[in-house]
Design a protein. Structure first.
Length: 184
């Protein structure tokens, strides 16, 4: 018998100070049996990072680890055209090359302890692609995952390359760096 995903409910008060975006997002997120809590929290944080510019009403979590041909998050237009492809982790060059053909914009967010080694190996190949690559600090992601509960309210304040995330009695700060940018 297959293990079912664990469902989490998020109420996120997002304040993006750089873009004057303030909204409350209600998300239901499935934690795949083979996915870590850290990875899921990165997916939620990345959703918040893109909410201001990528119409969060159409942006959706995909089947993720359950569907190898889908990203973690995507934005499809009403015409079913793929506008945004977001992968979390350290994807292969071939996967991202394919995503760049399928989508108008592609983002990769790496986050774990092996990210630096992955980027050293992949950087030359990725530089040939129109892709945005960002890296979160692993220890800060681990701290972020301690805020997780099955039903949680979080305040997410975004400024520069930093997110301050607060729960009722705890908080975490997560910083990131842009490794490669393809922004206009």
């Amino acid at each position: 018998m297959a293990i079912k995903p664990t469902i989490y409910k998020f109420k996120l008060s997002v304040s993006d100070l750089d873009h004057n975006y303030f909204d409350t997002l209600n998300l239901t997120v499935a934690l795949h049996p083979s996915e870590t809590k850290e990875r899921m929290m990165v997916r939620v944080l990345v959703f918040c990072l893109h909410a201001f510019k990528d119409n969060e009403k159409l942006m959706t979590f995909t089947k993720g680890l359950s569907a190898i041909d889908e990203p973690d998050i995507w934005l499809r237009g009403l015409d079913d055209q793929l506008h945004l492809w977001i992968d979390v982790g350290e994807p292969s060059f071939e996967r991202i090359k394919k995503s760049c053909r399928l989508s108008n914009k592609t983002y990769v967010y790496s986050f774990n302890s092996k990210s630096n080694a992955w980027w050293k190996q992949a950087q030359a190949q990725f530089s040939t692609l129109p892709v945005n690559v960002l890296n979160f600090d692993w220890q800060e992601i681990q701290s972020l995952s301690t805020l997780l509960e099955r039903k949680v309210e979080l305040s997410v304040t975004l400024s520069g390359e930093s997110a301050f995330v607060a729960a009722e009695h705890r908080q975490a700060e997560v910083n990131w760096q842009t490794l490669q940018s393809n922004e206009d």
